[in-house]
Ligand binder design. Structure first.
Ligand code: PLP
Length: 227
């Protein structure tokens, strides 16, 4: 079942890449396992999908005890400062950094264990009050401030699309995130570019890929009908 689901998801990603003239190698599939058990995680890893997304640090700590570094762990959910110490031990990439205090804490704790933590800045592109993330207008100043912290690497931006049945309603928000990333790269003068765009979930990953997603975070479409 999971193998078929993955095949279908990959087919959709590949179609979206064709439509938009992109390479499939530029899109990383992150299997979001917040509702999946260990056996299911083992199965996707066995099929070659090592990027695993969790949205709660506590859950990831438990799963990490069994799976360890056979997976590449992504924190896609909100992070509280009191969970940072546990988070940086496990996660290769934290997608949800949305305030300077949190970023500073990550940098401090990463420094203590000799790590440089990769992060994404979460942006609330849709402006929905229920969503975490910094406002689009604050992305550039936030980036400038946080990029000074010594033990974090900002790899890109992340967003969660607005609720909508029609993906065409969601598309402009993904486009906006891409523009925000391109703005950062246009004004900054360091050597490396901010590349990643983490956007697209089960309901909207096709348009996200068409708009330039480099990481899609997919749960239900991978694990459906498997229980
Ligand atoms: C749950 C979750 C996903 C995956 O959502 P699906 O609709 O199951 O694909 C992606 N991103 C975040 C932040 C999530 O919490």
């Amino acid at each position: 079942m999971i193998a078929d689901n993955l095949k279908n998801v990959n087919l959709s990603i590949s179609n979206s890449c064709k439509k938009s003239g992109r390479q499939v190698s530029g899109v990383k599939l992150i299997c979001v396992t917040k509702e999946a058990g260990l056996a299911q995680i083992e199965e996707v890893i066995g099929l070659g999908y090592k990027n695993i997304g969790e949205n709660r640090v506590q859950d990831a700590v438990i799963k990490h005890r069994s799976i360890g570094d056979r997976a590449i762990w992504h924190l896609v959910g909100h992070l509280q400062t009191n969970k940072v110490r546990d988070a940086i031990k496990i996660f290769a990439l934290i997608h949800s950094v949305d305030n300077a205090r949190l970023a500073l804490k990550i940098s401090e704790e990463a420094g203590k264990i000799g790590k440089k933590q990769d992060i994404l800045i979460q942006v609330n592109v849709s402006g929905e009050g229920s969503k975490f993330g910094i406002e689009p207008g604050q992305v550039l100043p936030f980036f400038k401030e946080v990029s000074l912290y010594p033990n974090i690497n900002i790899l890109g931006l992340m967003t969660i699309g607005p609720e909508a049945d029609d993906p065409e309603i969601i598309r402009p928000y993904f486009r906006k995130l891409r523009e925000l990333r391109d703005n950062i790269n246009a004004v900054r003068s360091t050597q490396y570019a901010v590349r990643e765009l983490s956007m697209g979930m089960t309901n909207d990953f096709e348009v996200a890929v068409e708009e330039g997603a480099t990481m899609v975070r997919i749960g239900r479409a991978v694990f459906k009908d498997d229980k």
